[in-house]
Design a protein around this ligand. Sequence first.
Ligand code: FE2
Length: 564
Amino acid sequence: MAPSCYARAKSRTAVPELVLGPLLRHVGPSDATFWVETDSPCEVEVRAGRPSTRSPTFRVGTHHYALVRVTGLTPGVSHEYEVRLDGEVVWPEPSSPFPPSVVRVPGEGELVKLVFGSCRISAPHEPPFTLSYADDERGLGVDALYAMAMRLRDQPPEELPHALVLLGDQIYAHKPPYDTLDFIRSRRDTSRPPGEDVADFEEYARLYRDSWGDPAIRWLLSTVPSAMIFDDHEVSDDWNISASWVEETRMHPWWNDQIAGANASYWIYQHLGNLSPKELAANELFEKVRTADDAWPPLREFASHAHRTSEGPRWSSCRDFGNVRLIVVDSRGGRVLEEGRRSMVDAREWAWIEDKATGSFDHLLLATSLPVLLGPGMHYLQAWNEAVCAGAWGELSKALGERVRRSQDLDHWASFQSSFAALTSLIQRVASGEKGDPPSSVTILSGDIHHGYLAEMDPGGGVKSRIYQAVCSPLRNALPGKKSSLQNVAWMKPFALATYLLSRLAGVKPPSLNWHLTHESPWFENHVATLQLDGRSAHITFEEAVTDDSREPGLRKLFARRLV
Ligand SMILES: [Fe+2]
């Protein structure tokens, strides 16, 4: 008997579909991990040559996810791949204007190419959103990540970067895209707090979907492996800026759902893909999540606990690309904020970072959302502010210090002077050969501050590596003019001298190292950076996102330099 219309309709709706992804995430010497979100439970299969690998989805509330690990990849060879859900091909999409997605692990001695950047508000790639803010208040300019995707689309697979390093503020929970806003408005009264800010796991999941769902971004993330770390906007503006901020925010009735949703969604959408297969196999929470009927209860418990303890999960991660080591250092989620114990990460995570930061690599990269080497004026201002907030100028000045801290976002490594000293000392030890043969270069990759630059640490006694701070921010979220000016003066000598004296008056010790800008002044445009590491040499390029002569998004060189 022919199936009824109802049965046909039911079987049609029962076919699982991709909601987001595939994202190509961790890549090892001959293996790769793929991440997907689907609309229903199913078996996810990735075919990148033979044999294919399958994995069942796991459920979090009404959402379904899978991580699929593919092994046996030949180094230096590009493997086209497809994704099947319950046997049906869902990727590549049949009418896609993009080339087939590939997976490729680095070949022996191959030049390593990494693209990096941070701070990206998602909006359509058309006017008025592509206009500047000066031309239209909805304008965000050209998205540098989108422009990079459009460039890579036309390049052969062997030219693709080995990784995209996303340095924080991949989503903006308090400036959600219009589709997410419609979703939020459809499910709750936004005249009540937290208003139009993202409020719970369901809304964060929607925010990720809308931020990474554009076809160009989706293709880019499917074919270039990625390492990611969050910053404040993955949760809310100023998240974890200080102990008093945390205390105040915890009093809001909506906070528990917001922080649980933010941490849980970050763990699923970004953190899981940072982990190596060995780390995943040893991860107790992942085991619970994979095997639960509904993983939300254990995930919620983890996400809430992660916020309530300073001895929380390790969000930092590490991966090697041939003889290049990349350590992604969390500088937001694992902070210890209690006065007297302030630290960017807890003692256990710091020990892990120290263990991973070694020589005997051609290059060592330390990726951390917040810059370590700021403009000197800003460095001393932050050091002064930390001291004042701790009571260096008496109880009355503490509140004033906290107001300045929050209004000017003074919470970078310079605001955690003991962590600044520990990290720069660690870098100097690596660079002087105390932890194995010194690398040719040590480069800190950072974002967050809505301007970009390349600074170099002045060589100290015994240091054999070149040491740099490269900052690339924003991908798409340029600062309004006034804040740009403040960041610009941070590199000027009179401002640096004034804030240096201020910090000394508050009892701050001067840093044991110096650094300088390698060019005239920072840039504030939407931009993206590319690092090329070839044996012992290294080269960096910063490119601005522009509309080219044919009115298509393009990239124009802002600055390039051979690092070593
Ligand atoms: Fe940030």
